[in-house]
Design a protein around this ligand. Structure first.
Ligand code: F6R
Length: 608
């Protein structure tokens, strides 16, 4: 979704801002713009479409001078994507320009009030009210005008503002949307995302909701909502520029698939103590864990499917009932939970609005909230009672891969940790199971041997209008994630079904040549899956079977077969999903799709 960047230093702001906007492209956007403060006031350029359009407009216009500026990539919510609705927005007197991520919920009310006071609006955005308010409240003090403006806003926001009368200052503030300040030497930055900052500095400050910061080239001053100065800690970003670049791969998605063994090592190994999974970050004593009688996992999209996959391992090992809920539903469901419920929230970005809202709703009802999150310092990480980082490194491709597998792996660690604490398994079994989890990175590495075969299979399956994924038990969870990967990046319609459900309706869709991807790795139900494969074959389906390397019987029914490495069945998802990630990738490539930035999608979904 929208991205913001700002710079103030001793050289031209334009190249820094454009470079930052390019780093933010992956979040998804449909227009972009910049505003720079120079000796003659604020210069602003905006363009719909790609950042290249913005660059062309900048090159063909008047030269822009100034060392302080702000930039924005917009993902349209209020108003169509065009040059006028693109950010920044400037006050009619040309004194202020702002960029904004989020949604101002009381914008209609503010707009009416401002119109009554004689303001004229140019755009259809909610954002424009902010710049009018700034102009209205300005009496020669930028900070005061910002504070008065912010006090009027309801909703979610991260705002960067510049003023023609303060050419070396940027003011920024936030509520629910991320705002990260980059601390440089003789230059300072802000951005909605660390990826836009790491090529300049790895020293960052995470701004909290309600705080206001002034950035000048030499200083960053942070104030609380009352305007009092507050001291902030400078954190060090643990990864560097290379981690956020393609590193020779054609697409970020392929790079991130291939990074999975290392990402999983980072997620798993620090959490193994004396050979046994230990999630000390949970901050729950064994006694507290024993008081839990219900676990709710909530998330959106792939993170939700990671929850579906983890449920099987948690229930099997702990015998505590687990419900997996879509965050966008759970938040309105009036859930029946209490202090004996543990809520596990899964989110790669840590900024998904529905997940945040579901989490707040549950927290208000007394549940302990444990968040499994990738992005350090993100909103979900801050709101949770305990945070378990997945340490997957930056995930740039919109379609998650390593984000998903690391979430599943952390759920596996949780399952073993909790089962031991509850006395459901003994230390010997905990050690054995942890040993199996430790093998996951190597198993994924082995699954990469399938790469050439899957590239070939994609050439057979890419030219379809619709695909079906079927599976049973945990394979159904894998099928759902495989199907989502396929549809979001290849734009091929795809459905995932619990294989036993087919005959209750969906089988009507199967006819001559219908492609069915049958995930049949779950040994206990392999024979049932073979029957389901026969069922669809009898109606003319073309079946691509996915099974474990020793389940060769699948060759007798499936038209094509992918055999994945043998693993402990409880922890099989992380390697089973790899061929489906690769299949989606190669099918999308055959179809010439924009793999890293699929249409209509955003990396971090910060709106409802
Ligand atoms: C699909 C995908 C999305 C996300 C979902 C939740 O490939 O990436 O479905 O999983 O939007 O995002 P996070 O994990 O950031 O909360």
């Amino acid at each position: 979704m929208c991205g913001i960047i700002g710079f103030t230093g001793s050289h031209s702001a334009v190249p820094v801002i454009i470079e930052g906007l390019k780093k933010l492209e992956y979040r998804g956007y449909d227009s972009a713009g910049i505003a720079v403060v120079g000796s003659k006031g604020i210069s602003m350029v905006k363009a719909s479409g790609k950042i290249e359009n913005l660059c062309k407009k900048i090159e063909s216009g008047e030269p822009i001078e100034g060392n302080t500026g702000i930039g924005h990539t917009r993902w349209a919510t209020h108003g169509v994507p065009n040059d006028i609705n693109a950010h920044p927005h400037m006050s009619p007197d040309g004194r202020f320009a702002i960029v904004h991520n989020g949604i101002i919920e009381n914008f209609a009310e503010l707009r009416n009030e401002l119109v009554d006071r004689g303001c004229t609006f140019k755009s259809d955005t909610d954002t424009e009210v902010i710049v009018h308010l700034l102009s209205l409240y300005y009496e020669g003090d930028f900070k005061k005008a910002m504070m008065k403006t912010v006090a009027r806003l309801e909703g979610t926001y991260a705002i960067g503002a510049v003023c023609s009368e303060c050419p070396n200052s940027i003011f920024v503030t936030k509520s629910f949307n991320p705002m990260i300040l980059g601390v440089g030497i003789g230059e300072n930055f802000f951005a909605s995302d660390v990826t836009a900052l790491v090529s300049h500095t790895r020293n960052v400050i995470y701004l909290e909701d309600g705080e206001l910061a002034e950035l000048t080239p030499d200083e960053i001053s942070v104030y609380n909502a009352a305007g009092k100065r507050v001291e902030k800690t400078i954190s060090r970003v643990m990864w560097d520029t290379e981690a956020a670049e393609k590193g020779g791969y054609e697409h970020f998605m392929l790079k991130e698939i291939m990074e999975q063994p290392n990402a999983l090592k980072s997620a798993i190994e620090p959490r193994v103590k004396n050979g046994i999974a230990n999630l000390s970050e949970l901050n729950l004593s064994d006694e507290e864990l024993r008081s839990i009688n219900h676990i709710v996992i909530t998330a959106c999209g792939s993170a939700y499917y990671a929850g579906c996959a983890g449920k099987y391992a948690i229930e099997k090992l702990t015998r505590i009932p687990v419900s997996v809920e879509l965050a966008s539903e759970l938040r309105y469901d009036d859930p029946i939970v209490d202090e004996h419920t543990l809520l596990i929230v899964l989110s790669q970005s840590g900024e998904t609005l529905d997940t945040i809202c579901a989490m707040r709703e549950m927290k208000n009802r007394g549940t302990h909230v444990a968040a499994i999150v990738n992005v350090v310092g993100s909103t979900i990480a801050k709101l949770a009672d305990s945070v378990i980082y997945t340490y997957a490194g930056p995930e740039i491709a919109v379609a998650t891969t390593k984000g998903y597998t690391t979430q599943v792996a952390v759920l596996y660690l949780f399952a073993v940790h909790a089962a031991l604490a509850l006395g459901k398994i003994d230390e010997g079994e905990a050690r054995r199971l942890t040993g199996e989890i430790l093998k996951i990175p190597a198993n994924i590495q082995r699954a990469f041997d399938l790469n050439p075969q899957i590239d070939e299979l994609a050439k057979k399956y890419y030219n379809n209008k619709s695909l079906f994924f079927i599976g049973r038990n945990v394979d159904y969870a894998v099928a759902m994630e495989g199907s989502l990967k396929m549809k979001e990046i290849s734009y091929i319609h795809s459905e995932a079904y619990a294989a036993g459900e087919l005959k209750h309706g969906t089988i009507a869709l199967i006819n001559e040549g219908s492609p069915v991807i049958a995930v049949a790795c779950y040994r206990e139900l392999f024979d049932k899956m073979m029957s389901n494969i026969k069922e669809v074959k009898a109606r003319g389906a073309e079946v691509l079977g996915v099974a474990i390397e020793d389940m060769k019987k699948i060759f007798s029914e499936a038209d094509d077969v992918i055999l994945v490495p043998k693993t402990e069945p409880i922890f099989a998802v992380t390697s089973e999903i790899v061929p489906l990630q690769l299949l989606a990738y190669y099918v999308a490539k055959e179809n010439g799709c924009d793999i890293d930035k699929p249409r209509n999608l955003a990396k971090s979904v910060t709106v409802e």
